[in-house]
Design a protein. Structure first.
Length: 290
């Protein structure tokens, strides 16, 4: 087994297991899917902060992850069980704690020990961006998982994943076939292996997936809406991939983690969704499709 074939094999097996867990939990029960998403948020935020935030900020990172968990869980409970929206105000507790915890870190180079470590304030904005970049997009998925009558509708979110995964596979396949050797580089300063051939291949496959989703009546949306949503996901997904690549390159990281063999970390696996899903969900809600 050659190294390249072995890498593709491992990547494929990991992808199958990943999709099985995602789709399986989605159809098992809303609680099971919510639990899987909560765990995913914890791992992704930890990966993000492991790259961007100084290791000394251990307490603050824990508080940030707690804030991310609460953001997702409260959104989920609000949409799944109709809890009073007033409980969302509980988010002020971990958010305030993040800032207060920064008072604990001192600059040991100062003789009096009273100055806050400047490195803390150079890195602390990434604590907040981890919430906006990771926890908020996944919290928004609850807005389409349940309708106004609190009915669980996993097929809509599944459709977004199908479009995204198909677009991702299409971009990888077209990139390998047409973009690796003689292709045109999409953004070489950020991701040298990505090509325009892969980019347009991903959009094409995403649009095909959007039409198939409409044929199978998975969303209940019109063909026009399905195509627009597929286009949003394909374009924003490609941008999300580049966003995460630029983030890692800025800090000199190859992968966000090692949890998924052949893929890297969970953040590497969900990078496209973090940009694509909030925009697609916004479109769905603006046009009152759910």
């Amino acid at each position: 087994m050659t190294g390249r074939f072995k890498g593709t094999f491992v990547r494929s097996i990991t992808g199958i297991v990943f999709i099985t867990i995602m789709v399986g939990s989605m159809f098992l029960s809303p609680v099971a899917f919510g639990a899987v998403m909560t765990i995913a948020i914890v791992f992704m935020m930890a990966e993000y902060m492991m790259i961007a935030v100084d290791v000394k900020l251990s307490l603050t990172k824990i508080l940030t992850i707690i804030a991310g968990i609460m953001l997702y869980v409260l959104f989920f409970l609000y949409k799944a069980y109709g809890i009073d929206a007033k409980w969302l105000y509980l988010l002020t507790i971990p958010f305030a704690s993040i800032f207060v915890s920064l008072l604990c870190y001192r600059d040991n180079s100062k003789s009096d020990g009273t100055a806050t470590d400047p490195e803390v304030y150079n890195r602390h904005p990434y604590l907040l961006t981890s919430l906006i970049y990771i926890a908020l997009p996944f919290s928004m998925t609850s807005l389409i998982l349940f309708d106004s009558d609190l009915n669980y509708r996993p097929l809509t979110l599944l459709s977004l994943f199908i479009i995204l995964w198909t677009s991702d596979v299409g971009a990888y396949t077209f990139g390998m076939l047409f973009g690796q050797k003689n292709g045109h580089k999409l953004c070489p300063s950020i991701s040298p292996k990505k090509s325009w051939e892969g980019f347009f291949g991903g959009i094409f496959c995403g649009l095909v997936a959007g039409i198939v989703v409409w044929i199978l009546s998975l969303t209940g949306f019109s063909l026009t809406h399905n195509i627009i949503i597929a286009l949003i996901i394909s374009l924003a997904g490609a941008a999300g991939d580049l966003v995460e690549s630029q983030f890692k390159r800025n800090f000199g990281a190859k992968d966000s983690g090692k949890l998924l063999p052949g893929h890297g970390g969970l953040l590497d696996r969900f990078d496209a969704a973090l940009i694509a899903f909030p925009l697609a969900i916004t479109y769905i809600k603006l046009f009152s499709l759910i």
